[in-house]
Design a protein around this ligand. Structure first.
Ligand SMILES: [Zn+2]
Ligand SMILES: [Zn+2]
Length: 326
């Protein structure tokens, strides 16, 4: 059994110390090979010392390899003893037993670290124009969509209004088995829309999508944010995480996509806002139906209308819906 007071996770090491442990190519190879062995399914496999050395550093002598491996054991790598096949950190159910095995595997923190590197890695040409079938709500020009340098941008070439601008991992361009070339533009946009919706709704609900901390909030005058055509925006909400530094800007309409009464109202009128890309939801992508009622303190109304039916939601400075009427 491991000593209980032995540092095992990032949470028990200063972040700089955890990062400094990575500054060696043998250690990088160990983490990568344990990740390669994991593949896409099943529990994390165990690699024996000799298996891991053969994959990660066959030309390094055993004592030097062992030194570097042991530097990773704790925060990133877990040694599993006979009879403790899952290891303590990654056992899905406390007390769950597996087939007795011995070896090394990634800890959840090690898995997350490598997964982050993998998520932002891609093969081949990844800058790409994407065909999009949606016209600008302001000027009627067909929108353009482009994936470039890990940013998905949806914009109107006619009036320059920016419909979407999100850091998006290149996996949205890649099929499960097909590689980049064969993925249809519509599928790329659907996947990017779904990915970015999850991120933005976490922010809308006040949770950092990367680290789970709470986020703060602040109304901003759109003219001060640097967005193109700030004159067409009424208000932007900046939400930021002081723990990991993640931040995002939301329209008030996007914020309200978290509200069950709005989701239900739209669905009753044939618009499923849980599946429609945000750039296709006029009251969320633009401020054409948003009215600033006051700025000190902030109170902002969004009108959602279908023919003769209207739902109006008013949000106060704390981002609480304080008024709703149909
Ligand atoms: Zn336009
Ligand atoms: Zn965070």
């Amino acid at each position: 059994m491991r000593e209980r007071d032995e540092p095992r996770t990032h949470g028990r090491l200063p972040p700089e110390t955890a990062l400094s442990l990575l500054s060696n190519e043998v250690r990088a190879a160990v983490l990568w090979q344990l990740s390669e062995a994991r593949g896409g399914g099943g529990p994390p496999p165990l690699l024996s010392f000799s298996e891991l050395k053969a994959l990660a550093a066959p030309d390094v002598d055993s004592s030097r390899f062992n030194y570097h491996l042991q530097q990773l054991v704790g925060p990133y790598v877990e040694r599993v003893d006979d009879g403790d096949a899952w290891g303590e950190a990654s056992r899905p159910v406390p007390g769950m037993a597996g087939d007795p095995e011995e070896g090394y595997q990634l800890t959840p923190e090690g898995t997350t670290l490598i997964r982050t590197v993998r998520a932002w890695s891609a093969e081949g040409e990844i800058d790409r124009e994407l065909a999009i079938d949606h016209d600008c709500d302001y000027c009627g020009t067909g929108l353009t969509a482009r994936y470039e340098s890990a940013i998905l941008a949806v914009q109107c070439p006619g009036c320059e209004y920016l419909y979407d601008y999100n850091l998006t991992p290149p996996g949205v361009l890649e099929g499960a088995d097909d590689g980049f070339a064969d993925v249809d533009d519509g599928d790329v946009l659907d996947r990017a829309a779904a990915y970015n919706r999850a991120i933005r709704l976490a922010f809308a609900r006040g949770v950092c999508p990367y680290c789970g901390n709470g986020v703060d909030a602040e109304f901003q005058d759109p003219e001060t944010t640097g967005y193109p055509r700030g004159d067409r925006r009424a208000a932007l909400i900046r939400r930021g995480c002081s723990h990991c530094g993640n931040k995002d800007n939301l329209t008030v309409g996007e914020l309200l996509l978290r509200e069950p009464r709005l989701v239900s109202f739209c669905l009753d009128h044939g618009l499923d806002v849980t599946r429609t890309p945000i750039w296709g939801i006029e009251f969320a992508a633009t401020d054409r139906h948003t009215t600033v009622r006051s700025t000190d303190p902030w109170a902002v109304a969004v009108d959602v209308t279908f023919a003769d039916d209207r739902l109006t939601l008013v949000v106060d400075e704390s981002l609480t819906v304080v008024e709703a009427g149909e």
